[in-house]
Design a protein around this ligand. Structure first.
Ligand SMILES: Cc1cc2nc3c(=O)[nH]c(=O)nc-3n(C[C@H](O)[C@H](O)[C@H](O)COP(=O)(O)O)c2cc1C
Length: 401
């Protein structure tokens, strides 16, 4: 009885409010295409495309009962869902409008059953019509997937609050530009210092600064004849375990856990091991990584893509995997004076007085192998240099931020 009454009560919803609230849910944008009865291509923009079932493979979209485009699409046995890329915003606007010739200048080819596939789409899914369900002033069209492919894995077009936009990664996006400007200013104040250190050590000498949740490569010095591969100045790497140990080991427990979980590590045992390593790094005041030549090239390529190309989840994943794969190269080594080591880098923090780490100083390109005795002497020298650099930053830049 109670449910009977409830079903008869119609709650009045203001259409504007309905649109406004629902518009806060972002959607992708797809162009549904087909060849109509007269053999002419037809297209309709929808935000209501969704996957429905894997077994059998079903998808759905919801055309308005009043849509002219849908009245033509519904005459075809097959249709294609074209997932639009952010670069196809203009095409989307054209197809959502009432202009006559929507296909002018659009390059497409036919899917196996004839419906148009846009050459520039992110992906396409060809379907046969499984069923059409009435739902208020719309239909729910269920399609059975018969063929599908990713053509162009670019950023998709998104629709939100009535406007178009694109996807950006939340987790690894570089922080605000002021942070980068500050890191560059500090690196600039230390230009001569890293140059003379590079010459003294006959090695490469680099500076890194934190920018958002990334580390930015902001200073570099070398000496003639040293062969080294390194990323371009200004490139960034995400700050996650094991990279940037000499930042994180001085940070709060919360920052340390974030650094570990960001690497995808959810195993309590391995997390505890990483926390132990951070404690060792903090007590020592320096960190070291060992050489991995082939891996290094792949890493720098991933860094370049992360920094210079469109920030896509797949690129972030490649770089993240690359960094995590390096974990064993960062295992703390108990350096013995009479043994030798293949050292890739030694890093010491540059701290603001006794406080926060504002930059890190990295030495690369040491002879391979390097004796333990030399290594310990180099560490001492780097610590001394970093203390001087910290004073210099304060006097040149005025503050450590
Ligand atoms: C981003 C976006 C999403 C849309 N989603 C849908 C949808 O899911 N269903 C629908 O019927 N119309 C949707 N439309 C509107 C149609 O694309 C089309 O403009 C409308 O149906 C009128 O055109 P027609 O009568 O010529 O088909 C959407 C429009 C835009 C811009």
């Amino acid at each position: 009885m109670a449910s009977d009454v409830a079903s008869r009560v119609t709650v009045e919803i203001d259409p504007r409010r309905y649109r406004d609230v629902l518009g806060h849910y972002p959607t992708g944008v797809a162009l549904i295409t087909a060849i109509d009865e007269s053999g002419t291509p037809v297209g309709m923009i929808v935000g209501s495309f969704t996957s429905v079932s894997m077994d059998p493979p079903l998808i759905a979209y919801l055309p308005s009962k009043g849509s002219f485009a849908y009245s033509r699409i519904s005459t075809a046995s097959h249709f294609v869902i074209n997932v639009l890329s952010a670069a196809q915003e203009n095409l989307c606007r054209t197809f959502a409008s009432r202009v006559d010739d929507k296909w002018s200048g659009v390059s497409w080819h036919s899917a196996p059953n004839g419906a148009p596939v846009l050459d520039e789409a992110v992906a396409w899914i060809e379907c046969s019509v499984e069923s059409v369900i009435e739902a208020g002033d719309h239909f729910i069209v269920l399609g059975r997937v018969v063929e599908l492919a990713v053509v162009n894995p670019a950023t998709p077009l998104l629709f939100f609050q009535g406007g178009y936009g694109r996807f950006t990664i939340g987790s690894l996006v570089a922080g605000a530009a002021p942070e980068l400007a500050s890191a560059i200013r500090m690196a600039d104040a230390l230009r001569e210092d890293i140059q003379s250190l590079a010459e003294e050590m006959k090695a490469g000498c680099d500076l890194f600064g934190p920018v958002g949740s990334d580390l930015a490569y902001v200073g570099s010095a070398t000496f003639p004849g040293l062969k080294r591969s390194s990323p371009a100045l200004g490139s960034r790497t995400p700050l996650l375990a094991p990279l940037g140990e000499q930042y994180v080991c001085w940070g709060t427990p919360d920052e340390q856990m974030k650094w570990i979980t960001r690497s995808g590590d959810t195993d309590p045992e391995s997390q505890a091991l990483k926390l132990e390593r951070l404690e060792i790094a903090r007590q020592r005041g320096w960190s070291m990584s060992r050489i991995a030549r082939d891996e290094e090239i792949k890493f720098y390529d991933a860094v370049r893509q992360y920094t210079e190309e469109e920030l896509l989840p797949a690129r972030e994943r490649v770089l993240r995997e690359q960094i995590v794969a390096w974990s064993q190269l960062y295992e703390p080594v108990d350096v013995k004076e009479d043994e030798t080591y293949s050292v890739h880098s030694i890093v010491v923090p540059i701290r603001c007085g006794d406080g926060d780490v504002v930059m890190s100083l990295r030495l690369v390109g040491l002879p391979d192998p390097t004796s333990g005795r030399d290594l310990l002497a180099i560490v001492d020298r780097l610590k001394e240099a970093s203390a001087l650099m910290s004073t210099k930053i304060l006097s040149h830049v005025g503050s450590c931020s």
